[in-house]
Write a protein that binds this ligand. Structure first.
Ligand SMILES: O=C(O)c1cc(=O)[nH]c(=O)n1[C@@H]1O[C@H](COP(=O)(O)O)[C@@H](O)[C@H]1O
Length: 240
């Protein structure tokens, strides 16, 4: 099912910076936020419990990619944090993804729901040229993304991280309820930055994205709440 709230990437350097950022939002507004490497490696797991206690849903984006046993043990720990969604790299392979899922299931405390688990296919900062020249994947980006998506589904995970450009094709090769979480979202007026495969919220919706992830267009905006609402409205087809 499509998540109506854009997931806000809290790529900020400290808890204080996040507090200052969230002060722009009405206090009763429950957000879907992403805790990524930048803030997690500064503040540790307490940042996750604090955001949850403030009434927000958390996507913990640590993109695990290691040997199956290490990822299994790490996921057992992540399962205790109460996050709604977390991820691994599909390039870690089927056995690693299966062990990640097993770790999450075994680690989730009784009575709590198991977080959704998704796998990164090809990062949205990667181009077709890089896939061919740097990763030596001669079939190119689209086929590589599709292959990783099918492998992810075969490993029992809930979905993938991809760009909105690939979401429609992925759903055709997996299933309608397979999660496609798509970062690299920009309004037509926004800077692209280091992203290569970008799309607007309305096009992402048309293409079948389940979640959109947005960082700098909101965190660096003069008025973050207005920026958030503009993106949210476009994503929900409310101003088109
Ligand atoms: O897993 C992710 O969230 C992710 C995967 C991907 O392929 N591309 C990608 O940009 N992301 C994350 O999505 C966010 C995008 O941020 P902005 O480019 O500032 O909107 C960052 O926090 C990235 O770490």
């Amino acid at each position: 099912m499509r998540e109506e709230r854009p997931v806000i990437a809290l790529d900020l350097p400290s808890k204080e910076a996040i507090e200052a950022f969230l002060a722009h939002f009405p206090s009763e507004e429950s957000l879907y936020v992403k805790v990524g490497m930048e803030i997690f490696y500064q503040e540790g797991p307490s940042i996750v419990s604090w955001l949850i206690s403030e009434g927000h849903d958390v996507f913990l984006d640590l993109k695990l990619h290691d040997i199956p046993n290490t990822v299994y043990s790490a996921m057992k720990g992540i399962a205790k944090l109460g996050v709604s969604l977390t991820n691994v790299h599909a390039a870690g392979g089927k056995e690693m993804m299966e062990m990640a899922y097993k770790g999450l299931q075994e680690g989730t405390p009784k009575g709590q729901s198991v977080p959704k688990l998704i796998a990164v296919t090809q990062l949205t900062s990667t181009s077709d040229e890089q896939v061919k020249q740097e990763q030596l994947i001669s079939v190119g980006l689209n086929e590589s993304v599709r292959h990783y998506a099918v492998l992810t589904q075969a490993s029992g995970l809930d979905g993938v991280v991809c760009s909105a450009h690939e979401a429609k094709d992925i759903k055709q090769h997996t299933s309608d309820d397979f999660v496609c979480l798509t970062p690299g979202i920009r309004l037509a007026s926004n800077d692209v930055g280091d992203q290569k495969r970008v799309m607007t919220p309305s096009k992402a919706r048309e293409n079948g994205s389940t979640f959109i992830v947005v960082g700098r267009p909101i965190t660096k905006a003069e008025n973050p709440y207005t920026a958030y609402l503009n993106i949210k409205n476009e994503w929900n087809g409310e101003n088109h």
